[in-house]
Write a protein that binds this ligand. Structure first.
Ligand code: 13P
Length: 336
């Protein structure tokens, strides 16, 4: 597929309800996922698993982009076809995670994302390998005296620097300021932390001269912490998330694609659908899920080739459910 501008690439990825499959687990994270189904995390097993995902029928029309890890963008399918070509053949665009993980800020419990060193050179290679977009994840904790203003500012500055370098290499930067669900904080605490991050992020993007029409925002939804004792409704999450996004996200942004962050697969779909049913915002509101798209497929696969079709059906189902949610057309009855 040929695109004339970064804005065209970003808009294509989220067109017609499409969203993103986040399959960029680092090898240690992939090992954790495979441990949960008793499968060895070998290079071949990781390749087989990702190949089955990318060849699923439900990729077509539902998944506009796939985020890959460094190992995967270089891998070939069992028949020798580069996985990048398998993704392109599904009408989906390959993307690549380019950050290098987290480093503590001094002696604190907060982190800054690494990866600006050598980024320009790495991007040139990824472009040659076929990447059309990239991802950088900043991680923000909620807790006692957290997030600090320093942690927010340092991370949002890094995201803006990264975005500028990626655009100069003709790829679309996904900017991911993830406020973690870990903890017992309230919905209001998450609203406040997410608001502070987004305000700082868009101020830094503007200072760095990043073209907002050529990026994708990957935020968390505004939810209570995963250990919070108060229950929040789908409507609370949808209303608060939209209030936050509408305050800080510029109208020219082509796509906002949520991370799932530990929500169950159906919760992540239901919340996205609720926001799109409410409507009233200028950007596409879609998904860039890792666990919420892959979990049922991983469980169906169990590392056995005879389960490939079952695993592909599971991924295809979640991809379709989330596409419907991106159009506000999902219904709980479709899950049974
Ligand atoms: P989850 O949807 O599993 O949170 O992963 C999305 C992602 O890419 C996090 O960086």
């Amino acid at each position: 597929m040929n695109f004339e501008s970064l804005s065209d690439i970003a808009s294509y990825i989220v067109s017609d309800g499409k969203g993103i499959l986040a399959a960029d687990e680092s090898n240690p994270t992939c090992t954790k996922r495979f441990d949960s189904i008793g499968v060895d995390s070998t290079e071949d097993n990781r390749r087989d698993y990702r190949e089955l995902l990318f060849r699923s029928d439900g990729m077509k029309g539902n998944i506009g982009g796939v985020i890959l890890f460094d190992e995967t963008i270089r891998q070939k399918a069992a028949d020798g076809t580069p996985l990048v070509d398998v993704i392109n053949a599904q009408g989906s665009l390959p993307g690549i995670k380019v950050d290098k993980g987290l480093q503590p800020i001094g002696n604190t419990e907060e982190n800054i994302t690494q990866g600006l060193d050598g980024l320009n050179e790495r991007l040139k290679e990824y472009y040659e390998l076929g990447a059309k977009f990239t991802k950088w994840r900043a991680v923000i904790n909620i807790g006692e005296n957290m997030p600090s203003s320093d942690a927010i500012e340092l991370n949002m500055q890094a995201l803006a620097e990264y975005a500028k370098i990626v655009q100069s290499n003709q790829m679309v930067p996904m900017v991911e300021p993830e406020v973690l669900m870990d903890g017992n904080h309230s919905l209001d605490d998450c609203f406040e932390a997410t608001s502070r991050c987004l305000e700082s992020l868009f101020s830094n993007l503007s200072k760095n001269g990043v073209d907002i029409t050529g990026i994708i925002l990957k935020p968390n939804m505004v939810t209570a912490g995963s250990n919070s004792s108060t229950s929040v409704s789908i409507d609370d999450i949808a209303q608060k998330t939209l209030e936050c996004l509408k305050t800080y996200v510029p109208d020219e942004m082509p796509g906002v694609t949520f991370l799932s962050g530990g929500q169950s697969d159906v919760d992540a779909t239901a919340n996205l659908d609720a926001m799109n049913k409410i409507g009233g915002f200028p950007w596409k509101l879609s998904f860039s899920y890792g666990r919420a798209l892959q979990q049922p497929a991983l469980k169906a696969w169990m590392g056995k080739s005879e389960n490939t079709a079952l695993a592909q059906a599971a991924l295809s189902h979640r991809a379709l459910m989330n596409k419907l949610a991106s159009e506000g057309k999902w219904d709980q009855s479709l899950e049974s």
